[in-house]
Design a protein around this ligand. Structure first.
Ligand SMILES: [Zn+2]
Length: 277
């Protein structure tokens, strides 16, 4: 007789393997933290487990990955919902972000991660861009870890942007920001794959070319991944043209920014040509 820790039976299984195999009636066996087998059909006689979940009528799939969220905004749902992005940022999110405490960041992280887990996400990428006080980052990470979710904490930076409404306390030189990224990587280095520290520029109108270069040099030498808001609205290209004389994708391409260490978020206004870059 085979005895296991957990069996999930009678499930419609989306394996998400290389062939996108789907098993419409099957069972999954788990021992410890490892999925030891994925099988078609009913559980044979003699195969048992401490816990058996009957998933009849339900779909079983690997955990989703939420590739982009701003945890502090979980307390702002519905506020300014009738505003366009920039107006909403300047009237709601950015002023609010200035006053959050480390404890509030922790609560916001707990709420966000519990909602994510409830909706099937087992990994969440936090794009952290408020006041860059280190205690706030620590508060946010503590809240994520409280829930047990696997997380990527993306400690971003803004080295300009007051003209566009970025609060002064959000802004710091890129080399100072990379020092904080190093501090976080050092302080949280023993989290295995349950927590990764990344960085990235927030958005084009809050990043100087020097800032991009400083961050890219750091990421290349330290093998650190990075993310950025790209073409979330047409404003990205307008502002990039105004300051740098190029749309954002060609500019990032020229700077060597578009690597396999980059996660571009939103990207909803890309042209077909830009998608192929
Ligand atoms: Zn965002």
């Amino acid at each position: 007789m085979a005895h296991h820790d957990l069996i999930i039976k009678n499930a419609d299984i989306c394996t998400m393997d290389a062939n996108m195999t789907r098993i419409q009636h099957g069972y999954v066996v788990v021992d410890g933290e490892t999925i030891t087998s994925v099988n078609e059909g009913s559980v044979p006689a003699g195969v048992e487990a401490d816990t058996v979940i009957d998933a009849e009528g339900q779909v079983l799939f690997p955990g989703f990955i939420d590739t982009h969220t701003h945890i502090f905004q979980s307390f702002l749902k519905g506020l300014g919902a009738d505003h366009h992005l920039i107006e909403w940022l300047n009237r709601s999110a950015l002023p609010y972000g200035k006053y959050m405490t480390p404890y509030q960041h922790r609560l916001a992280a707990q709420l966000t991660c519990m909602e994510a887990i409830k909706s099937g996400c087992t990994t969440l990428c936090e794009f952290f861009y408020t006041d860059q006080d280190p205690e706030l980052a620590d508060g946010c990470i503590a809240g994520m870890e409280d829930t047990g979710i696997r997380s990527v904490f993306i400690r971003t930076f803004q080295d300009c942007g007051e003209d566009y409404g970025m609060p002064a306390c959000f802004i710091q030189p890129a080399d100072k920001a990379m020092e904080e990224v190093s501090r976080l990587r050092h302080d949280y280095a023993d989290r295995s794959d349950m927590l990764s520290i990344w960085t990235g520029p927030d958005v084009t109108w809050s990043t100087t070319k020097e800032g991009y270069r400083t961050m890219l040099d750091y990421c290349k030498s330290e093998n650190v991944r990075y993310a950025m808001h790209i073409d979330e609205t047409e404003v990205d290209d307008d502002m990039c043209q105004k300051h740098y004389g190029q749309d954002i994708i060609p500019m990032l391409d020229d700077m060597g920014f578009l690597t396999d260490h980059m996660l571009g978020v939103h990207c909803v206004n890309l042209t077909p040509d830009e998608m192929t870059v």
